[in-house]
Design a protein around this ligand. Structure first.
Ligand SMILES: NC(=O)c1ccc[n+]([C@@H]2O[C@H](COP(=O)([O-])OP(=O)(O)OC[C@H]3O[C@@H](n4cnc5c(N)ncnc54)[C@H](OP(=O)(O)O)[C@@H]3O)[C@@H](O)[C@H]2O)c1
Length: 308
């Protein structure tokens, strides 16, 4: 008995030592020093992307602004120019590979390196699958997932040669909770989480880190006035884009794999969802009344006077 205990203790000690040695021998992780770091942000013309541009600029980064609306990007440039280390505007439609290539080559031509890529640009879609126009389904998958993968693929050779970098993928809590009105958006956001987790394993030991950011409702153009009314009625809070940015930077500093939002209520619902899926189904059935479904259906005609 005593011999077995001693073997057990020695085994645990050896395993602990082995793990420590393995960690010690790993290449050094990149630290979050933003001074003069080069950050590409997609969807930088509004909402969360614009707030990322402000947040990274305030910390002294060189910021590359990408989105389709060139004139709005110029507004963002003049907003952040006083405190950013440098700013480059590259009007880009991320669904076009040639424009993504141009984004990367213009960044490298001006700054010579890429430290952080924030895959933020995205579209939203709410409503029953059969009501969605087919081209919009493809556009959403393309914008929210395929383009993030393509831009990342284009930036990786530079990051690998630097032996440092960050890929920041803006997913959503909708990717973890199967809400019936998010039948396209939710699975695509889950795909982005899975992309982050898989890529992190591919890049293990290279000095490049990957983080998923999963906001809940955030005060941007993406949230319709109907959804705002529903959130107000049900007492759900809505985060500011600045809060999403601060939490992201904090998560990067702490080398988190996921930055989750929504507080305890969301955490508890997720736990139920994962461990008691049938109960989750019942909860969704009780909560998703026809009124709630209608408020979250952008295939229905808008109520007059309300803007989407
Ligand atoms: N707001 C929320 O409640 C919420 C919650 C969870 C997750 N998110 C995620 O957060 C991210 C940012 O959304 P947001 O709330 O800030 O919405 P937003 O204000 O509508 O911003 C979306 C951005 O994506 C850009 N974009 C769309 N299609 C593009 C394309 N083909 N090429 C380049 N840029 C494109 C838009 O710029 P242009 O129109 O100028 O191209 C815009 O800057 C999205 O991925 C969204 O899914 C948002």
């Amino acid at each position: 008995m005593r011999l077995r205990l001693r073997t057990l203790l020695l085994g645990a000690f050896a395993a602990g030592g082995g793990y420590w040695l393995w960690r010690y021998l790993q290449p050094e992780r990149s630290t979050l020093v933003l001074n003069d770091s080069v950050v590409i942000i997609t969807g930088a013309s509004s909402g969360i992307g614009r707030a990322y541009a402000q947040g990274f600029a305030r910390r002294g980064a060189k910021v590359v602004l990408a989105a389709r609306r060139a004139e709005v990007l110029e507004e963002v440039r003049s907003e952040i120019e006083p405190y950013a280390a440098d700013v480059l505007v590259v009007p880009t439609d991320i669904r076009k590979d040639s424009q993504l290539r141009a984004l990367v080559s213009k960044t490298l031509k001006k700054f010579g390196r890429i430290d952080i890529v924030v895959n933020n640009a995205g579209l939203a879609m709410h409503g029953p699958l059969q009501g969605e126009p087919l081209d919009q389904i493809r556009a959403l998958v393309d914008t929210n997932l395929s383009s993030a993968m393509t831009l990342t693929a284009l930036c990786l050779p530079t990051m690998l040669s630097q032996r440092s970098g960050w890929i920041v993928n803006i997913s959503s809590m909708a990717g973890l909770m199967e809400m019936p009105f998010h039948v396209v958006y939710g699975p695509v956001k889950r795909g982005l989480i899975s992309f982050s987790d898989t890529l992190r394993r591919q890049l293990d030991g290279t000095g490049i880190e990957v983080v998923s950011v999963l906001p809940t409702y955030t005060d941007t153009e993406l949230v319709t006035s109907e959804t705002r009314q529903w959130l107000h009625k049900t007492g759900f809070s809505i985060d500011t884009p600045q809060y999403v940015v601060e939490r992201t930077l904090d998560g990067m500093l702490k080398h988190r794999h996921n930055v989750l939002f929504g507080g305890q209520v969301t955490a508890i619902s997720l736990w139920f969802h994962r461990h008691f899926p049938r109960l989750g189904d019942l909860g969704v059935r009780a909560f998703m009344t026809p009124e709630v479904m209608a408020l979250n259906d952008d295939t229905l005609p808008e109520v007059e006077g309300e803007n989407a």
